[in-house]
Design a protein around this ligand. Structure first.
Ligand code: FAD
Length: 323
């Protein structure tokens, strides 16, 4: 039994795990493959975060109001949830700051890119897009780096004269965050697939996971955070779960509130269940303000869900309650 179970070791999951652990929770991350890092381990690792600390240091102008105006100007169909957008813009910089302070992940302003639509009101020509600073995986993770997605950026490594263990882009992001998670006491379990959620009286109280031919139950006193990426995995997991209230599942993913809690079909939220990253409905709807908007919002809501779960009341879960 742990306080928080995180399903998936992608960007959103590891951000949630670090945050929950640093807020005092015992955390276990379940990963179905033999490597940690999910899709972001081979991504560009770019994050779009308005009003970020690097902009402040560089004296670049930005504000909450500018960013909200720009993002809302992008959406023409009104499908986005203003509360989620505002939450992302207000908390994004704080989330990245927290992750940098509690891991080996460091950010730099991307030299080349600005916002996607420079002619739109309150867009910025540079600053809102951050890239991970390169780091040496051997120094940061030692032998543990073999568990982490490993797609070295050969070009930049050779050009800058770095050793072959230097990582940039997504591999630098995952290496830095996994270091932070390990330092925070997060336990990772690889090669195990969460196949069901455990439900009691409409609350999610744990997970059932398959590892080889074995099946285990892990109870979660404070919550389960779904961070299992693309919709196929998420849909499978949700389909295997029934709660009295029902989950709000759309073709775009699970609907969530401003803390990543999964919304219930009959209103309110499903107690004990969070969804962050690609398994949740994209907070930015159909429009992306700039490159890196996916990972920017995933890290932010991973942080918010991890913090919320860690401070949720402990529930009296019982191993006999599996359905
Ligand atoms: C080449 C490439 C470059 C990209 N570059 C960028 C970029 O620069 N900026 C940006 O914003 N986005 C980028 N993206 C998109 C971005 O990387 C993804 O949207 C993001 O990484 C998804 O993160 P996630 O945490 O939601 O899920 P994932 O990274 O998909 O992680 C989910 C994890 O959960 C595990 N899992 C799934 N089901 C289960 C289960 N039942 N039990 C246990 N574990 C499970 C999976 O194995 C996986 O490790 C890029 C994508 C690609 C492919």
């Amino acid at each position: 039994m742990v306080d928080v179970v995180v399903v998936g070791s992608g960007a959103a999951g590891v951000a949630a795990a670090i945050t929950a652990a640093r807020n005092g929770a015992s955390v276990q991350v379940m990963e179905k493959t033999d490597q940690l890092g999910g899709a972001y381990g081979c991504s560009g690792g770019e994050v779009w975060i308005p009003c970020n600390d690097r902009m402040v240091e560089a004296g670049l102008d930005d504000s909450f109001e500018d960013a909200v105006r720009y993002v809302k100007g992008l959406s023409h169909d009104g499908r986005f949830d203003p509360a989620l957008i505002e939450r992302f813009i207000r908390k994004g910089a704080k989330a990245i700051r927290f992750l940098e302070q509690n891991s080996a992940y460091r950010t730099e302003i991307a030299a080349a890119n600005g916002d996607h639509l420079p002619r739109l009101a309150r867009s910025k020509p540079t600053g809102r897009l951050l890239v991970p600073a390169a780091l040496d995986a051997r120094r940061v993770l030692g032998g543990t780096r073999r568990w982490v997605r490993d797609v070295p950026n050969g070009k930049s490594a050779v050009r800058q004269g770095f050793s072959e263990t230097v990582r940039s882009g997504g591999p630098a992001l995952v290496t830095g965050l996994v270091r932070g998670a390990l330092d925070a006491g997060v336990m990772f379990r690889r090669n195990c697939t969460v196949s069901r959620l455990m439900v009691e009286s409409g609350e999610v109280v744990g997970t059932v996971l398959d590892q080889g031919a074995d099946r285990f139950e892990v109870l979660a006193r404070r919550g389960v955070i779904l961070a299992c990426g693309g919709l196929v995995d998420g849909q499978h997991l949700v389909a295997a779960t029934s709660t009295r209230e029902g989950l709000v599942w759309t073709h775009e993913g699970l609907r969530t509130d401003v803390d990543g809690r999964v919304k219930a079909a009959r209103g309110g939220v499903i107690d004990g269940l969070y969804a962050v990253g690609a398994v949740a409905v994209d907070v930015l709807g159909d429009r992306h303000p700039g490159p890196g908007a996916a990972l920017g919002s995933y890290l932010t809501f991973g942080y918010l869900a991890g913090r919320h779960a860690a401070h949720s009341p402990v529930r009296p879960v019982d191993a006999q309650l599996i359905v």
